[in-house]
Write a protein that binds this ligand. Structure first.
Ligand code: HEC
Length: 120
């Protein structure tokens, strides 16, 4: 079976890099102030869909119309999102000016906060 990649350790590598790439058995790999449940809010199971649904109509390299969203501020990958973490916290959580004009359901807002906190 020498051809097999060591799936288990790849999983752990993913955890280390992206703070929760693997759902099953993920327990203590993320930020210290995150409960086990909170740590389960990941890019794969929530973030990708959230940013696609609420942000990428403007914040994406591929969108036909950025509607004035800053050039290069795209939310297509976890890395891009984490790059702008502080700005996202400021505009979405604190000022509630994003998504453009505000109006994010409070449930999603709370989940975003958890996501940003628990994906170091
Ligand atoms: C309808 C288009 C649109 C959508 C949808 C949208 N944005 Fe924006 N975004 C903009 C525009 C236009 C600007 C620049 C003007 C401004 O800052 O108000 C901007 C600016 C920003 C900034 C920079 C603000 C700053 O203070 O530097 C951040 C961060 C941001 N958006 C995050 C988000 C996030 C996260 C979402 C999804 C939850 C989102 N935006 C959804 C249009 C949009």
């Amino acid at each position: 079976m020498s051809w097999r990649r060591p799936a288990r350790s790849l999983c752990f590598l993913g955890l280390a890099l992206f703070g929760g790439a693997c759902e099953s058995g993920a327990s203590s790999a993320s930020g210290s102030d995150c409960s086990e449940n909170e740590a389960l809010v990941t890019w794969e199971n929530w973030g990708a869909g959230f940013f696609a649904g609420y942000c990428r109509s403007c914040h994406s390299a591929g969108t036909p119309d950025r509607r004035g969203a800053p050039e290069g501020m795209d939310f297509e990958t976890l890395e891009q999102v984490l790059l702008y973490r502080a700005a996202i916290e400021g505009s979405v959580v604190d000022d509630e000016t994003m998504p453009y004009g505000g109006g994010l359901p409070s449930e999603e807002l709370a989940r975003l906060q958890t996501f940003l906190r628990c994906n170091p």
